[in-house]
Design a protein around this ligand. Sequence first.
Ligand code: PMP
Length: 427
Amino acid sequence: LLDSQAATESNARTYPRRIPVAIAEASGSYITDVDGRRYIDFLSGAGVLALGHNHPELVAAVTAQLPKLTHGLDFPTPVRDEFKRRQIGMLPEHIRDDYKMHFCGPTGSDAVEAAIKLCKKATGRGQVVVFQGAYHGSTQGAMSLTSEHAPKTGLHNLLPGIHFTPYSYCHRCPIGLAPTSCSTNCADVLVNTLTDTHGGVQLPAAIIMELVQGEGGAIPARREFVHRVADTARELGIPLIVDEVQTGCGRTGTWFAFEQYGITPDVVVASKGLSGMGLPVAAILYRKHLDTWTPGSHIGTFRGNNLAFASANAFLDVVEREDLLAHVRKIADHLLGELTVLGDSPLVSDVRGLGLMLGMEMAAAPTADATQVASRFQQEALRRGLIVELGGRGDSVVRLLPPLNITVEVADDAVAILRDALTTLEA
Ligand code: PMP
């Protein structure tokens, strides 16, 4: 199957190159390949499968919806209305009345496009501020907002007016400071640029940020940094977009990561985990005063996947009934603790994360750079039955995105595999 894919599909395919697994079926935290091998899945469909594969309650909700209505464009339907009500209801109580929702096309990239377009229209401005190391998607606009990204090479006339500014990546400080001598100087760079009328950056239409850079290497932003950015945005009247495509829907232990940072974004972008089982759906939640749109401002055929809405509503039932967000916080603490022990290895330079967005940044070995070490670590883990993905600058970070309902037993099995893989690499 892998050979047939290489022969008949485009060279743009990604995951099976590093993870050569042809999937026969999957269930919960496990994938079974076509040869009957079972793997623990810590990729979770790129952070999408919040309840793992084929959660029975979600399967039942989708099965019940299937004969009623699948594709509903943007016509109101009961499951769509419930989805909207409950997603807005997941916002902190003191702000939720101030937000509306827009249903986007089915991908995170499309929702990012919508967020940028909304802020441009509302402010009448054109530039956008983004952070170094960010990933916002693969359409031309979203890719323009994506930093240091090889696929951008050779693409002319991507979105103009994008200004990249340092992120709080303390392990490799973008402005060369040690954590002890730092007081959010990375945010100062942004503040100075925005307040210096000679800096060449006009007042932007928006600042877009990930609170934990996902593809950028599982890097939680420092709290002070986020506050400085949010305060500056508010003072200067710049809409702040938080891209919660990856951090959202419970992955960091609150429904949205911004809640933990105590900020009030103007736009929240959500997608990946929304349906809980990988049915495509994306949306933006935004403050009502931004709604300067007219009919057709951001449309698309696939904005009414009623199967995804039914699944998303059932996912929220499980989140509430099983107190899943508390589970995420607890199991994430446990996993981070175990990984931190592995971090004593000379091959690991940093262990970090927020909730179940965890990463191990690799160090160079005598005969290999950090990228090669990360790649070998990934392969050794795969040989032992654990699927993990790489990310970060130069793909030097092993990223762990288990399902939110991962059990301690499966988490410990995964850690044992990582420990074993690391021991082999050290030998
Ligand atoms: N934003 C973030 C933060 C993401 O992690 C991703 C996907 N990795 C996207 C946007 C784009 O989402 P999609 O791949 O569904 O277009």
